[in-house]
Design a protein around this ligand. Structure first.
Ligand SMILES: Cc1ncc(C[n+]2csc(CCOP(=O)(O)OP(=O)(O)O)c2C)c(N)n1
Length: 252
């Protein structure tokens, strides 16, 4: 039998404790594969948040720093400025990045720090039991919006790529989805591009990855993927929102 995929060396040889069907593992694998391809494992430092996204520290075989809720961009900023030859990324959930850390991420992007942010948008606070997040969709039921999110009392879901893309400093801003093989392939390309840009010292990169949370959404894995296709992607359009100068935007 032909082996078509092996565990990247940038992932530890341990079993996953993520819930069945959770797409964090796919995101981890894509980032780890890219680090392997570019030989970056030993010079990469991951800045991790609290939340399920923070569990990356159990799986990536790279140095990491666990940051207080929402503060990964600030911690990563200081580190990268002191050690500019290191490859630095933050990996943050929507509660972490778009709620408590909103000021941190906007200022980090606006300063054009030479780091990558991976923003894993699953529409809920996963680890703490599925509370409403800034990216919860209109009408989506969560433990704190049991009749569905309503605009009147909670406003509209925040579109982080669109917000960050209108700043002058970021060089590459893109949204991908992990719901299907074809979209995972596109995400892989975007993640490669992100590290290429950091290696070139190009500036700030923001990559949003639409994800799921079968446990907190109260759905089977398959139903959660269908929900993403029918609800998340139409609201959060996929594609490149800002590309390096001289490149054409595509997919939007
Ligand atoms: C200052 C602070 N407030 C609240 C918490 C509790 N807390 C831990 S994880 C979490 C939710 C994180 O949700 P999200 O960022 O969406 O990540 P996910 O678990 O979905 O990956 C919260 C609120 C905390 N650790 N620190």
């Amino acid at each position: 039998m032909e082996k078509v995929h092996s565990r990247p060396k940038s992932l530890k040889n341990v079993s996953s404790t993520y819930c069945p069907g959770c797409l964090h593992g796919v995101a981890h694998n894509l980032i780890a594969g890219t680090l392997d391809d570019f030989g970056l494992r030993e010079k990469t430092v991951a800045f991790l948040p609290v939340g399920c996204s923070g569990l990356g520290l159990l799986y990536w075989n790279v140095d990491n720093i666990a940051c207080s809720h929402g503060r990964a961009p600030a911690a990563a900023t200081g580190y990268k400025r002191m050690l500019p030859d290191k490859m630095v990324f933050t990996y943050q959930g929507d509660g972490d990045l778009a709620s408590i850390g909103l000021a941190e991420i906007m200022h980090c992007a606006n300063r054009g720090e030479n780091i990558i942010t991976f923003f894993v948008n699953n529409g809920v606070y996963g680890m703490t039991g599925g509370q409403m997040a800034p990216t919860t969709l209109i009408g989506q039921k969560t433990t704190t919006s049991q009749k569905g999110r309503d605009i009147e009392s909670t406003g509209y879901p925040l579109k982080m790529c669109e917000l960050i893309a209108q700043l002058d400093a970021p060089v590459y801003v893109a949204r991908f989805s992990l719901d299907s093989p074809i979209n995972i392939k596109k995400a892989q390309k975007g993640i490669r591009k992100a590290f290429e840009l950091q290696m070139a010292g190009a500036g700030y990169v923001f990559i949003e990855l639409l994800s799921n949370c079968p446990t907190c959404w109260g759905m089977s894995t398959l139903d959660s993927l269908k929900w993403m296709k029918e609800n998340s992607i139409p609201f959060f359009p996929l594609g490149e929102f800002k590309v390096p100068e001289g490149e054409e935007e595509n997919g939007k």
